[in-house]
Design a protein around this ligand. Structure first.
Ligand SMILES: Cc1ncc(COP(=O)(O)O)c(C=O)c1O
Length: 372
């Protein structure tokens, strides 16, 4: 049997080893090393922002964003139902309420037309999460944010190198968050960053990441923070990969086009939209949604693909169905049918930057067999 094709295999094609060796040779392995500041500056500048604050992962970046914006008891934050729980956890922990909107069945992003009906006098922020490779339609979101005086948090974890109408994803939020987990377009193993143009917010984020030590009285604390410091080694990896981000994005687009060509004739599946009016898909992952004509669900499709040596991942499980959130009394009697269906019928194929053409062909053959 052919070797198993994992759902993600990163590719390290630049100065990663050189920069990591510098960390070891110089002894700078902690967060005090010089790569951290360089990576923050280069990354922030790449997305057109004044400040970057590197943290330990994308979840931490969102936690810091929520806390820095002062979101707390009595506040509501509008988030998509179809997303990762990282978007919701700190909202709940802070004593605020996540308010959900359903997804657009074509792009799988939040249905921006459904946001306004969810705005109340308690709404403090909207969190726009770019999902799977296409950006959220930002213009209507920006208009709502302006008209209602809200804060905008942008989760661009999956959209590194993506743009909306030519403007970088991550350039829209009062604070925008990124992840550098191994399957992201810049992969530092674990890692994340918040970016902003507001010097006061940036300073707050720096404090929150570093236990809220104070510059003058270091061990006197006026606010509760966390230790979310990124190491010099992670930043070294990040900087090396940022140097060839355009190639990485081009590679992902080629892979998406390859899958499109290989899977185009197969009946019974919805493939990712290659483009919208405002963006070309970067295919962060290549997702499939089974048509209603297919007699089985995503779970069965994934099992059948696994039996053929193909790794897959399920789509997100919607927030309103999460046991941990329902146990807290959230989302009782709420339904988000598009998000529910995306979970039941959706999964994604091996999509890492390390995937070869031959592997993509094997994946496509297996999908054809499973759906035949
Ligand atoms: C949209 C989105 N936000 C946040 C995260 C969390 O990032 P991390 O895994 O680095 O904590 C992810 C992770 O994949 C994600 O896809």
């Amino acid at each position: 049997m052919n070797p198993f094709i994992p759902v993600n295999e990163p590719l390290f094609a630049g100065n990663e080893k050189k920069y990591l060796n510098e960390c070891i040779d110089s002894g700078w392995v902690s967060s005090d090393g010089p790569f951290v500041g360089k990576f923050e500056e280069s990354f922030a500048s790449r997305v057109g922002r004044a400040f970057g604050v590197a943290v330990t992962n994308g979840t931490a970046a969102l936690d810091v964003a929520i806390e820095a914006l002062g979101i707390g008891p009595g506040d509501e934050v509008i988030v998509p139902a179809f997303t990762i729980i990282s978007c919701v956890m700190q909202i709940v922990r802070a004593g605020a309420v996540p308010v959900l909107v359903d997804s657009d069945p074509a792009t799988w992003n939040m249905d921006v037309g459904a946001i306004e009906a969810k705005i109340t006098p308690r709404t403090k922020a909207i969190m726009a999460v770019h999902i799977y490779g296409l950006p959220v339609d930002m213009d209507p979101v920006l208009e709502l944010v302006r008209r209602h005086g809200l804060k905008l948090i942008e989760d661009a974890a999956e959209a590194i190198g993506q743009t909306y109408k030519g403007r970088p994803c991550g350039s829209f939020g009062d604070i925008s968050a990124f992840s550098f987990y191994a399957n992201k377009h810049v992969a530092t193993g674990e890692g994340g960053m918040v970016v902003t143009d507001d010097p006061a917010l940036a300073e707050t984020c720096r404090g929150l990441r570093n236990l809220c030590f104070q510059p003058k009285k270091r061990f006197v604390h006026e606010r509760l923070g966390w230790n979310l410091r990124m190491t010099n080694m992670q930043a070294a990896l990040g900087l090396a990969q940022l140097e060839y981000l355009d190639e990485t994005v081009a590679r992902k687009r080629r892979l998406g086009a390859r899958y499109d060509a290989l899977l185009g004739a197969i009946q019974g599946i919805q493939r990712p939209l290659p483009r919208t009016d405002f963006a070309e898909n970067v295919f962060w992952v290549y997702g499939l949604v089974l048509d209603d004509s297919v007699a089985f669900d995503a779970e069965e499709a994934m099992a059948r693909l696994a039996a053929r040596g193909i790794g897959t991942r399920p789509f997100f499980f919607p927030m309103h169905q999460q046991p941990v959130l329902r146990d807290k009394g959230l989302f009782q009697n709420e339904r988000y049918p598009v998000a529910e269906r995306l979970y039941r019928r959706g999964f994604y194929l091996p999509s890492g930057t390390g995937l070869t053409d031959a592997q993509a062909e094997r994946v496509a053959e297996a999908v054809a067999e499973v759906l035949r």
